[in-house]
Design a protein around this ligand. Sequence first.
Ligand SMILES: Nc1nc2c(ncn2[C@@H]2O[C@H](COP(=O)(O)OP(=O)(O)OP(=O)(O)O)[C@@H](O)[C@H]2O)c(=O)[nH]1
Length: 313
Amino acid sequence: MSDTQDSGKKGFWSRLASGLSRTASSLTQGITDLVTKRKLDTATLEDLEDLLIRADLGGPVAARIVEKVGKGRHDKMIAPEDVRGLIADEVETILAPVATPLIVDRSQKPFILLMVGVNGSGKTTTIGKLASQWRAEGLKVMLAAGDTFRAAAIEQLKVWGARTGAAVIARPPGSDAAGVAHDAITQARAEGADVLLIDTAGRLQNRTELMAELEKVVRVVKKLQPGAPHAVLLVLDATVGQNALSQVEVFTKVAGVTGLVMTKLDGTARGGILVAIAEKHRLPIHLVGVGEGQDDLQPFAARDFARAIAGLA
Ligand SMILES: Nc1nc2c(ncn2[C@@H]2O[C@H](COP(=O)(O)OP(=O)(O)OP(=O)(O)O)[C@@H](O)[C@H]2O)c(=O)[nH]1
């Protein structure tokens, strides 16, 4: 590994570890308090299970970890580091199969990505980051301002376009979002774009009329380009906790989500929600956001995430 790669890797690790520190320190402290002076009897194991559930890891995952911790150690003592090691192992086992890099299929021209998610989840930031990464790789990138509800969303996307050198296809606020998608695909084809990222309006998953509009965008994209959208990314805000599980369900049904991006893991002590989602839905996880900076949106690495959440170096 070169020095630059090495320092890049270290930078990623320290950002991930500090981003997940709220979840990790609440787990670490809780585990230390639990097992330092107590034997692993039924009451201690139940308290450990509660602690893991409070971190939003989910009931089935918490139960499996507790079973492993208790196995062969009934009424014995265990070191807090060993409990954290067992947590990291179990979490890595769950996450390894879903950790998936986001790859542009160059045989699809344009490769069409649809970005979905509720308001404020971090969609625009994710689009900007992906656009800048792919531009740096020499790809011709276009952005479609499909969030036609808010003038500010269109402007925000234009700023990202100017910053990254990606063309932005937009219509005035209030226009039909499916119409913007239509224009964008036509133009992306005509200009030979490699990638088209389509933004959509943030909407709550319980607003049926808004979800119907999203369905229409998907329909138009499919009709215009068979096989598209090639990726439908759901951006989830980790701070919403258990509600993220229902967002995955509804957006998958309406828009056929193919992968997940989870942002704001730095803003919660319950980052275990990502593990609960992986366990329940088994959808690919592409990226995680652990801060507001550009470099805080990182490719998702199962082992690093598992160790960081368990507070291991
Ligand atoms: N702390 C933290 N903030 C983040 C992260 N990702 C995004 N944000 C912030 O969250 C806010 C919302 O991000 P946007 O990208 O504008 O979200 P959006 O989903 O496009 O929102 P709408 O345009 O309202 O639909 C911004 O202030 C971002 O800087 C993260 O991982 N951690």
